[in-house]
Design a protein around this ligand. Sequence first.
Ligand SMILES: NC(=O)c1ccc[n+]([C@@H]2O[C@H](COP(=O)([O-])OP(=O)(O)OC[C@H]3O[C@@H](n4cnc5c(N)ncnc54)[C@H](OP(=O)(O)O)[C@@H]3O)[C@@H](O)[C@H]2O)c1
Length: 301
Amino acid sequence: MRILLFGADGQVGYHLRQTLPEIGELISCNRHQVDLCNLDLLKQSIRDTSPDFIVNAAAYTAVDHAEDDIGLAYKINADAVELMALEAKKLNSWLIHYSTDYVFDGKTNTPNLESSRPNPINVYGWTKLQGENAVIASDCKHLIFRTSWVYSERKSNFAKTILKLATEKDELKIVSDQIGVPTSAEFIAQITADCLAQINKQSQAPNNYSGLYHLSPTGRISWYDFACFLVEEAQKLNFSLTLKKSKIFPISSSEYPTLARRPHFSLLNNTKIQETFDLKIPDWKHHAQKLVSELKQKEIA
Ligand SMILES: NC(=O)c1ccc[n+]([C@@H]2O[C@H](COP(=O)([O-])OP(=O)(O)OC[C@H]3O[C@@H](n4cnc5c(N)ncnc54)[C@H](OP(=O)(O)O)[C@@H]3O)[C@@H](O)[C@H]2O)c1
């Protein structure tokens, strides 16, 4: 079993480098090895490797920058993904690809199903939806995992930013009218490996697994409540904080204008992935607590 991974240095990519070797031989590529803007090189790397699974954790993820950088975001999130899908189809390989809750407009107040109608309200979400559509149109065997609010102990993300600001500031204002669920990159990588292991084991009709899945933990929260949770956990672990939880104040999205609009409600219903792959998905707090204690260990080390 050979697996070709793109985006190996990203939040999810880094954790896939830990979990995918359990499944087979892993060939990892970061941006310097294969730049997804170079479609000839991308095609060549797939043909040279002839993988059973192509796993694409690379993406243009700068949501606000994408508003002014449509061409590049489209190249990485749609054109490169389409090429991977067409190559996967030719090789009869699987394409494992990640997408986002930002394909939804957030106008509902019930968790989005895989069958819910996407309607992105920012460029990033729109380019990611074009990537999804290209995978489906190619008819390759695929798993598209839509996930949300990704964090890890590596790279920059909301959780790490809040914990850093909590050691520098004595007051914070955080948006409270966007509801979703924070998802650990480690959790995404573990579930990805579990799903690939099941496909691998299945001698009959593994193609039945092919499709779109919502991959996020259970539960829901606003950015404001997530920030309060992180600071509370950090307090419990005796981080040296300058910020008290009582000094985090909720504000509306309109009081915190950003280049890209964000959906107000982007929760993903995760029933399909749990039922299809017989998984028990934990509450988001499980991995969020783990992150805080890992960051504490790093502080001590
Ligand atoms: N982050 C989130 O909150 C979030 C939410 C929902 C869905 N997702 C989706 O989840 C997946 C993984 O996200 P993540 O959080 O792990 O993202 P990330 O940490 O930003 O990692 C993305 C990786 O893509 C690489 N990349 C960017 N442009 C490239 C190019 N031209 N050629 C090759 N590689 C390139 C980056 O390289 P460098 O390391 O060199 O920058 C980075 O390693 C993505 O599909 C993303 O859309 C993310």
